[in-house]
Design a protein around this ligand. Sequence first.
Ligand code: FMN
Length: 408
Amino acid sequence: MTYPTVPPRHPPLRRWILGVSGGIAAYKACELTRLLVKAGAEVQVIMTQAATQFVTPLTFQSLSGRPVLSHIWEPRQDNGMDHIDLARWAEAILIAPASADFLARIAHGMADDLLTTLVAARSIPLYLAPAMNQAMWNNPANQRNVEQLTLDGAIFLGPGEGQQACGETGMGRLLEPSELLSLLSPLIGSKPLVDLRGKRIVLTAGPTVEAIDPVRTLTNISSGKMGYALAAAAVISGADVTLISGPTALSVPAGCHLIPVHSAAQMRDAVLSEIQDADLFFSVAAVADYTPESPSGHKIKKTGAPMTLTLVPTPDILATVAALPNPPFCVGFAAESQHLEEYAKRKRLAKNIPLIVGNLAQRALGRDDNEVTLFDANGSHPLSPASKEILAHQILAHAITLMNTQST
Ligand SMILES: Cc1cc2nc3c(=O)[nH]c(=O)nc-3n(C[C@H](O)[C@H](O)[C@H](O)COP(=O)(O)O)c2cc1C
């Protein structure tokens, strides 16, 4: 089987900072956020203080799936340096709307709030979508700033010409979100490989957490990245996605319905209540195989003596779903530290599922990239090493092709 590859272009820019400054057009940045996320971008919104007077951060948080940042003095980060961390994380910055005041500040290298500091600290492309009254746009000082920023390498998107919010007509209108997106989407470059509109997908992801007592647990080092990447790829491909996840540090991919769980038993219950009308089930979670037989209701006191914990097997969620009278197309994951091919093939047959994704635990767990082999009734299909985001699209494409072959 050959795989459609994500088309090579300029290296895709997936991680975007959307800076929103204080202008009446800030409301249009809400729709822009939605469109960018839908196009496959990860969007971190940063607002100036003035912008928060026009639209609440909560609106952007809901649309981007990430908490909005606006204060430079927030001591939330370990090292207190959001501006440096974000400048390293992001692959591009878009300021929309860019106010006259904001352009003036960055044209002069000012760094007096989080967004300007980030712009000053960046070494990545900067796109500016100005929005202001036509007199402000034409003001000589503003024109000098635009010229300086262009010389400094910023790329201006717009402004447009036409009727303005203030009632005047002229240059200075923010480009429509759809216009901005059509300019930017070739850069984002995450074209879905399959069309999943009308399909319902249930996924599990992350670790499970088994209680020993009210303050102690047994868990594993799964980060949830592969499952979340699959959920995001499924959303981008048009599917209705339910993500049942153990605790992770990840942002929930925008557009999917999250059901948070802790234990393997909770995960099984959530899966069984969601699976009825699902077309596909991806069992990506690192579900505990064993759980303490009788967790203590109170904190176990230290005695100094050796302690024995009796563990009992947890429910096999994937095998349970595969054994349902009318099961969805089931895809399992096998993370093995050795004998990957042998164990993965055996697991596929034991669970009676059409497809299993095998990866070496030491190569996969917690990392951003992965190297996987797909095992189905036709044999094994190694995929080239890639980011989990790209692999997610390829795994989805293989699963859908196989599913369609089986149903014909
Ligand atoms: C109701 C209202 C609408 C505004 N609209 C704009 C605008 O469209 N463009 C602009 O450049 N400034 C506009 N301003 C002025 C900016 O909000 C002001 O210059 C502010 O300091 C910008 O701060 P910032 O660049 O940090 O976001 C507006 C102000 C008010 C009160």
